[in-house]
Write a protein that binds this ligand. Structure first.
Ligand SMILES: Nc1nc2c(ncn2[C@@H]2O[C@H](COP(=O)(O)OP(=O)(O)OP(=O)(O)O)[C@@H](O)[C@H]2O)c(=O)[nH]1
Ligand SMILES: [Mg+2]
Ligand SMILES: [Zn+2]
Length: 294
């Protein structure tokens, strides 16, 4: 009998975790430690004498940890050991581009790849093209998909090969549907889907799906709001590539690009070299960090 091993955490449920180890899925208990284990963690497990089932013994050092901040500014872990954030939007529900900006900022702060997936392409994407052009201009990859018709799914699979991708975005854009389109046997693994108050299926905890030997996708619950924790100095600025790049031309080295004289960023906004909406997005994130720091 196998008495232990190492594996990947497929999902974390507070009291326990699902671990994939040598092709077997195990429901493991936790050994009392306070450490939060999240989807994507690599763990060692075994059978402690006192427990009646397998149990997590240790968590391997993480390559990275994706966190969000809650209303009080505390960091909450979402997933670990991620290569890429895939930000999913759709014509319906109407995209919140400020949310897209914050996810992209989070990817930049963690030095992850990012990708925008426009799902529900079958509904028509004319309404989102202007904003997408803005992101393409800033060199963000954008792909259009329809999980229901299969459009773009093969191309997306190609983009995701050889890496671990976390799907993020608003509720109802079709993240779980994309997982089902990408991973043919994922449908059998949607037991954690529950019905929300309006009777819809919604994802309640992040979940890992293996796409191929060396690629995986993590489905996360949809959100209304998101902000990356600001542990880095000038995190808001670093999250916005075009603002970060221009900031070297500001008169003051510590320019926050708000009211300061000689601000190259505000000049660029006036001259429409930086999109006014992106600048507003930057200001909102700055204000949030100021509020949380006060
Ligand atoms: N028209 C159309 N509808 C889609 C497509 N993909 C998903 N949907 C629908 O969008 C709705 C939401 O899909 P989900 O996959 O549950 O969305 P989600 O992003 O996982 O939502 P949360 O788990 O709440 O975050 C469902 O009714 C799907 O049938 C698509 O390509 N085209
Ligand atoms: Mg879902
Ligand atoms: Zn400035």
């Amino acid at each position: 009998m196998v008495t232990g091993g190492t594996g990947t955490v497929l999902a974390s449920y507070g009291r326990g975790v699902l671990v994939q180890s040598d092709g077997v899925t195990l429901a493991c208990g936790l050994t009392g430690r306070k450490q939060r284990i999240v989807c994507g963690d690599r763990v060692t497990w075994g059978y402690p004498p006192s427990a009646d089932g397998p149990s997590v013994q240790s968590v391997e050092p993480r390559r990275n940890l994706i966190e969000r901040i809650d209303a009080r500014g505390r960091a909450e872990p979402v997933a670990a050991n991620v290569d890429r954030l895939a930000i999913v939007v759709a014509p319906e529900p109407a995209p919140d581009w400020f949310l897209v900006d914050r996810y992209w900022a989070a990817a930049r702060l963690k030095e992850l790849d990012s990708l925008i997936i426009v799902n529900k392409q079958d509904l028509g994407t004319a309404t989102v093209q202007a904003e997408l052009d803005g992101y393409r201009h800033l060199r963000v990859d954008c792909v259009e998909t329809a999980s229901q018709t299969g459009v773009g799914i093969a191309a997306l699979k190609g983009l995701l090969a050889g890496s671990v991708t976390l799907l993020v975005g608003q509720s109802g854009v079709g993240k779980s549907s994309l997982v089902n389109a990408l991973a043919p046997d994922a449908a059998a693994q949607t037991a954690e889907l529950t019905r929300d108050a309006e009777g819809r299926h919604t994802t309640t905890t992040a979940r890992w799906y293996q796409l191929a030997a060396n690629s995986a996708i993590m489905d996360a619950p949809g959100v209304r709001d998101f902000a990356p924790p600001a542990s880095l100095v000038r995190a808001a600025e670093r999250g916005f590539v075009e603002i970060h790049e221009l900031s070297v031309n500001c008169r003051f080295k510590d320019c926050r690009h708000m009211e300061e004289p000689g601000c190259a960023v505000r000049t660029a906004v006036v001259g429409q070299h930086i999109a006014a909406r992106r600048y507003e997005s930057y200001r909102r994130l700055c204000r949030l960090y100021e509020k949380l720091a006060s």
